[in-house]
Design a protein around this ligand. Structure first.
Ligand code: CA
Length: 226
């Protein structure tokens, strides 16, 4: 899952970024409005943590821009401005949640998980596809009830495919989602193939069918159809 943190306080930005990376997220950061605006125009995120008071603009305008683009990203406003009208305005504009500073990182984490669960997994705590089960809150993968040990990237790949069953995911979108925004500048996306090969092998060794299909010239999709 890829998160964009928009925050102009360097210490807070760093602590949020390292905390969420430890939690397993792919984390991108923007320390001002201009950078954040550039990023949301170029890249897709699962959730944006949005500070409202930025040196060169208002976070609510970034929220408006996301909504105008029909972005699928969740938005969690994280702001020192605990004014009721800011909160109401943010929620009216389509933010998913609002957290006032200061806050505990554990609360941020719980709210973030709730947003992602609601938006990507229809509110469910686990994703099931044929004999595969993924429990995102615990980063756990089961095949026929038995746990499978995956690397972080293998897990992220599987979760991305499971969140979009039957849909063709391009190599560019997979690279960007699992490796971060800078991956779109890669010369080749062969590294995806290597990780997918290992993932398929590990799942099949535990008795899962082979559901990750190559769509020639386009990318990959998760499908139970031959
Ligand atoms: Ca600020």
């Amino acid at each position: 899952m890829k998160i964009l943190i928009v925050e102009d306080e360097p210490a807070l930005l760093n602590s949020l970024a390292s905390y969420l990376r430890q939690d397993g997220y792919v984390v991108e950061t923007a320390a001002d409005y201009a950078r954040a605006h550039e990023k949301i125009k170029l890249y897709q995120y699962d959730c944006v943590l949005l500070d409202l008071t930025l040196p060169d603009g208002n976070g609510l305008d970034l929220l408006r821009a996301l909504k105008a683009d029909n972005s699928a990203a969740g938005v969690l406003i994280v702001s020192a401005r605990d004014a009721l009208d800011d909160k109401v305005r943010g929620l009216e504009l389509g933010a998913d949640d609002y957290l006032a500073k200061p806050f505990h990182l554990s609360e941020l984490s719980a709210r973030l998980k709730a947003i992602i669960r609601r938006r990507n997994f229809q509110g469910s705590a686990q994703l099931v596809f044929q004999e595969l089960t993924v429990i995102p809150d615990q980063a756990q993968v089961l095949v026929k009830g038995e746990p499978v040990a995956l690397t972080r990237k293998e897990y992220d790949l599987l979760l991305y495919l499971l969140a979009h069953p039957g849909r063709v995911l391009t190599k560019e979108s997979i690279a960007e989602h699992v490796w971060g925004d800078a991956a779109d500048a890669a010369d080749s996306f062969d590294f995806i193939y290597t990780h997918l090969k290992n993932l398929r092998k590990k799942l099949q060794e535990k008795g899962a069918g082979d559901y990750i299909r190559t769509v020639y010239g386009m990318g990959y999709k998760l499908s139970s159809e031959q």
